[in-house]
Design a binder for this molecule. Structure first.
Ligand code: PHE
Length: 340
């Protein structure tokens, strides 16, 4: 047993080391460990005292090595006890000034983000989100939507046919029909998803794109309700100042049919390239559900009325960010995707 205060020559360093190591290993709490440390490495302990007194190189080197071994024993004990601070427990091998390692974080594709945003807006209005079929029958995509025989979208030059009576859907509107067949009014639903058209890719066309279909059927629904709903959607997507204007148009399954425009959010209707100096930007088709469509699903057009709309999600996204080429949404270039 060594006594504090012994001089360098008097200390049995082998015994000192054995005793210290055993004590470090026996310590089971941070307080105990601290005591052990004071006893063997503290300011008044033999080792540090001797290190201060020592004059000859041999002894100095040996004692320094001993100190290193004891410090290691201390560190190991600290790690074992597991209650020292992070950097302390790891010792000086951690350089806290080094830049950290970046953990790459995934994100949703911009179209998925827009899709969820639009869904959230309508869920907030009490609409139900309905899944449609990407593979649809000619009956549901054309016949029940009041598309006359010989209508251009029935042509295989426009539509991908999987067989004589099955196609990749060209629009999400079939989901209206399926929803109305499945339930009685009132109906408030949106359906979002991919649609397919035989288009040659160019800045505003791509053979696959996404639509949001909306349908509201109830007693006494009017065109004003449609306008109000679209206005709310546009304000949520493009800012509170936005206005909506409806222009007459034609779709076989709506009567009257309209194209909806949103007031240009880039120039505030002063005229710019985005709105082609019109002050208005076209966003998509809509209208009051045609009585023929109601009859085909067994609804009584004398009893109820409804509006429907179908808009492209890519278009909403491109407009919102001032982008001009729809193809960039399908290239999966991370330099673009990482910005959203
Ligand atoms: N389905 C039409 C299209 O793809 C859009 C639309 C939907 C129009 C609903 C009116 C009502 O262009």
């Amino acid at each position: 047993m060594t006594e504090p205060g012994d001089t360098v020559a008097e200390v049995d360093w082998k015994a000192y080391e054995a005793e210290a190591i055993a004590a470090y290993e026996a310590a089971s709490t941070l307080d105990e460990l601290n005591d052990v440390n004071v006893r063997f490495l503290g300011r008044r302990a033999d080792l540090p005292q001797s290190l201060r007194q020592v004059r000859d190189r041999e002894t100095g080197k040996a004692l320094n090595e001993l100190r290193t071994r004891l410090e290691q024993a201390h560190q190991q004990a600290a790690q074992r006890i597991g209650s020292l601070g992070f950097a302390e427990a790891l010792g000086e091998s951690v350089d806290v000034t080094l830049p950290g390692e970046r953990i790459p974080r995934g994100r949703l594709h911009p179209i998925t983000q827009i899709r969820r945003e639009v869904e959230d807006i309508f869920v907030g209005l009490g609409y139900e989100v309905v899944d449609g079929n990407e593979v649809e029958t000619v009956e549901y995509i054309f016949d029940k939507l009041n598309m006359p025989e010989g209508h251009v979208t029935r042509s295989p030059l426009h539509t991908y046919y999987l067989s004589d009576d099955v196609v990749l859907r060209t629009e999400t509107s079939a989901s209206q029909v399926r929803t109305m067949e499945a339930k009685q009014p009132p109906v408030y639903m949106v359906s979002l998803g991919r649609v397919y058209r035989r288009d040659t890719p160019d800045p505003s066309h791509y053979p696959i794109f996404h639509q949001v279909e909306g349908l509201a059927v109830d007693k006494g629904i009017t065109l004003a309700d449609l306008k109000g709903t679209l206005q709310l959607l546009m304000r949520r997507l493009f800012g509170d100042e936005r206005d909506v204007r409806l222009r007459t148009s034609f779709f076989p399954f709506t009567e009257p049919s309209v194209e909806a425009d949103v007031s240009c959010f880039l120039c505030n209707q002063k005229g710019c390239r985005m709105c082609e100096y019109e002050g208005w930007i076209e966003v998509g088709g809509a209208g009051m559900v045609d009585p023929n469509v109601f009859q085909a699903v067994g609804y009584d057009p004398e009893e109820i009325s409804g509006f429907a709309f179908g808009w492209g999600l890519e278009r909403i996204f491109l407009l919102r960010h001032g982008l001009t080429d729809i193809r960039m949404l399908w290239q999966n270039d991370l330099r673009l995707l990482r910005q959203f």
